[in-house]
Design a protein around this ligand. Structure first.
Ligand SMILES: [Zn+2]
Ligand SMILES: [Zn+2]
Length: 340
């Protein structure tokens, strides 16, 4: 089979690799689509210079082989099923996994191709093999939706840990791909009103079209949107935490979802947090129950229109270089690679 390997900034090649076999507890999946996420963009643009590497962690496809131990087990993916795939290492033995917090698994992530090349998913390929416990059936949903299982699971995790309840007033800071998934899920969960905050007029108008109750630039958010019960921060810009706290009503929660620069610090009043019972939480990655929710929503078509609106472009595996170039340098939502 072929697998894409990045060898330098803006250099990607398709290598031949033995097609993996499914072990007893695994399934072999023919890749239908792989989404290009921030990690792939940064690798391609040279912002994260780590080469050679086989990236691609947002993967969906069709099961072509099921291991003997999982074949025929009710609930387990069967040959022919469309699945969305969790490629994280969840060791089950570390202190995080034992608390049910496998998003924070302490076992090193990533694997290797047959020649030792490091893989971060290796989903820009014709096949991937995965533990059956980490392949989630998405029914008759199109591959373009199934491939959004990983980011949607991350957002389900964010919404779950953020404690969002029906009737809440919600703001989403950052109206890029992850912000839009937060908007879609918050609306689906029964938020009373979900608004978005962004500096880009294009992204604000896209969010309005997608059903945002209000859309505002950061300096106008409080005036236009008013105080909020839950504020999801999906962008790591300086000052964003302070602004999110200012948007939060008494008893509210700020959820830090986006990645922040390592050296960024914030000035907050402990008295404000104490006196107004504010919660500030970090969320990172996803856990099995988030995957189950994401896959079920995708299978049921509950977010179909939202997900359709976020497919920016599709490329075949042969054109993976062009796909990465578009994803790295254009204001896209999701670029997909694969047969779809
Ligand atoms: Zn991702
Ligand atoms: Zn672990």
């Amino acid at each position: 089979m072929r697998v894409a390997v990045m060898t330098a900034p803006e250099a990607v090649e398709l290598r031949d690799e033995p097609t993996p076999k499914a072990g007893p507890d695994e399934v072999l999946v023919q890749v239908g689509a792989c989404g290009l996420c921030t990690m792939e963009r940064r690798l391609f643009a040279g912002e994260k210079p780590f080469y050679p590497v086989a990236p691609g962690h947002e993967v969906a496809g069709r099961v072509v082989e099921a291991g003997a131990a999982v074949e025929g087990i009710p609930g387990s993916p069967a040959v022919g099923d469309t699945v969305t795939i969790d490629l994280l290492t969840r060791c089950g033995t570390c202190s995080a996994c034992r608390r049910g917090r496998s998003a924070l698994c302490k076992r090193p992530q990533g694997g290797a191709l047959s020649d030792g090349t490091v893989s971060f998913g290796a989903g820009l390929a014709e096949h991937v093999v995965v533990r059956a416990t980490q392949a989630y059936v998405t029914g008759a949903a199109p591959m373009e939706h199934a491939v959004m299982g990983e980011p949607l699971a991350c957002v389900a995790h964010s919404v779950r840990l953020g404690g969002l309840r029906a009737g809440d007033r919600v703001a989403v800071v950052g109206a890029g791909y992850m912000g839009r998934l937060h908007l879609a899920l918050a609306r689906h969960k029964g938020a009373a009103a979900t608004g978005v905050v962004d500096v880009s007029p294009d992204r604000l108008s896209g969010a309005r079209t997608a059903g945002a109750a209000w859309a505002a630039a950061p300096e106008e958010a409080l005036e236009i949107g008013g105080k909020q019960d839950v504020v999801f921060v999906t962008t790591g810009a300086p000052g964003v935490l302070e602004n999110a706290v200012a948007l939060c009503d008494d008893g509210g929660t700020v959820v830090l979802y986006g990645a922040f620069p390592k050296d960024l610090s914030a000035g907050l009043s402990p008295d404000l947090i104490h006196h107004h019972e504010l919660s500030i939480i970090g969320v990172y990655s996803q856990e099995p129950e988030d995957w189950r929710e994401a896959a079920a929503l995708i299978a049921a078509g509950r977010l179909a229109a939202d997900l359709d609106a976020l497919v920016s472009a599709r490329f075949s595996l042969d054109d993976v270089g062009a796909a990465l170039k578009l994803a790295a340098y254009s204001p896209v939502y999701r670029v997909l690679v694969g047969a779809c």
